[in-house]
Design a binder for this molecule. Structure first.
Ligand SMILES: NC(=O)c1ccc[n+]([C@@H]2O[C@H](COP(=O)([O-])OP(=O)(O)OC[C@H]3O[C@@H](n4cnc5c(N)ncnc54)[C@H](O)[C@@H]3O)[C@@H](O)[C@H]2O)c1
Length: 371
């Protein structure tokens, strides 16, 4: 079968590090072109990574007639505007996370796609990896009984010590929630289904950040976003999840995600990765002596790009996308509700909905998606 042709817009860090190698592992897609606002950057990437075509501008790539899916790896503020241009040109749009930075932008993108019969996809596709999919299967097989609740924690001291251009992490559309929340909340939606309510408190602990990475070491960034978010999400299945996302913390001993069920506990691997370990605790006859058991992965680990491959199969088989724009928009709604609930000092009811994405079939090889 012909491969689905993919062009990339945004030739920065994640493009080179993850998407170019990741897409090349996926049998359904072929990376044919790239472009960036900074044309020299796109040219250098194409030469270094043997990408067949490089366009002088993002608009030129969007107008090309030999591309089916455009993968948008620009910075968060550009995600929705670039996606709208991709869709207006009649191409399917898959974007890095967050899906957009406002609800209005997210809904404009979903409407534009629906109007033209096109598909939208949104990172993270780590949820299609072996770790989260094995957890999904365990929950569906009844390993922990009925989910009661969960915890989700991501605490670090931000990205200015390693990222070469870290300013966007502290601008509107940045912060730990919009940056890292998509991994955690998309994993929770994949495992538990959609959410219904959010209560939270948020704050900004540092007014400025000093870059210590090359090449901007010493540059001071003004922090425009909340950088510590603590809250609770109630899911439609009545699971209650406690969550902290922070760029203000030097060290901690918290788990990443744990799901608590009536019959056991599931320790979920880092949702910013594709693999394990997956650990299950079952109380058995004697809960005092029972131990965690590491569960072998039932699904291939995969890597970034598997969500694009899934979109390619969705185009071929005329089915829904797993890492979809609808889920991206619902996750955005949940994330934005943290700061809003904090300001309003009340629990907010979510207006958006999405379906729990279909589980990946077990036993597929790396880079393969069928239905
Ligand atoms: N760096 C990571 O480890 C990482 C991991 C996962 C996801 N992401 C996400 O990937 C996206 C990109 O991150 P990055 O680290 O690669 O950033 P980056 O700054 O290294 O690269 C972004 C690129 O997009 C280009 N760009 C910006 N606006 C554009 C526009 N309007 N049109 C075309 N090109 C434009 C920039 O010139 C730059 O080359 C972000 O949404 C980020 O949240 C990054």
């Amino acid at each position: 079968m012909d491969k689905v042709r993919v062009g990339i817009i945004g030739c920065g860090n994640i493009c080179k590090k993850a998407y170019v190698p990741g897409l090349r592992k996926c049998e359904a897609v072929e990376l044919v072109a790239c472009a960036d606002l900074d044309a020299a950057k796109a040219k250098a990437l194409a030469a270094e990574m043997s990408i067949p075509k490089v366009y002088d501008s993002p608009d030129a790539l969007i107008a090309a007639d030999d591309i089916d899916i455009v993968v948008n790896l620009t910075v968060p503020q550009a995600h929705a505007p670039v996606n709208l241009k991709i869709l207006a040109a009649g191409k399917h749009a898959y974007t890095e996370k967050p899906f957009a930075v406002t609800r209005d932008e997210a809904s404009a993108v979903l409407k534009a796609a629906a109007k033209r019969g096109l598909l939208t996809g949104s990172a993270p596709d780590t949820v299609l990896g072996g770790g989260i999919q094995t957890c999904r299967k365990l929950i569906e097989d009844g390993a922990i009984g009925k989910p009661i609740g969960a915890t989700a924690f991501m605490l670090c001291h931000g990205h200015e010590s390693w990222h070469p251009d870290p300013e966007f992490y502290y601008a509107k559309g940045g912060g730990p929630m919009l940056d890292m929340g998509p991994y955690y909340i998309t994993a929770l939606v994949t495992l538990l289904g959609p959410a219904v309510e959010v209560a939270a408190m948020t704050k900004k602990s540092f007014a400025t950040r000093t870059i210590t990475s090359a090449p901007k070491s010493g540059k001071v960034i003004t922090v425009e976003t909340e950088t510590h978010h603590a809250g609770t999400i109630r899911f439609a299945n009545d699971a209650v999840v406690s969550m902290v996302m922070s760029f203000d913390v030097w060290k901690h001993n918290l788990p990443r995600i744990e799901i608590y069920g009536t019959d056991g506990t599931l320790s979920v691997p880092d949702p910013n990765t594709f693999g394990g370990p997956v650990k299950l605790f079952k109380p058995g006859a004697d809960p005092k002596t029972a131990q965690w058991e590491e569960i072998p992965l039932t699904h291939a680990a995969n890597s970034r790009g598997i969500g694009v491959a899934d979109m390619a199969m969705a185009i071929r088989n005329k089915r829904a996308v797993r890492a979809s724009g609808e889920i991206g928009a619902h996750v955005l709604d949940i994330m934005l509700s943290f700061e809003e609930a904090s300001k309003a000092k009340k629990t907010l009811t979510l207006k958006s909905k999405c379906s729990q994405p279909k589980a990946m079939p077990a036993g597929l090889a790396e880079g393969v998606v069928n239905d």
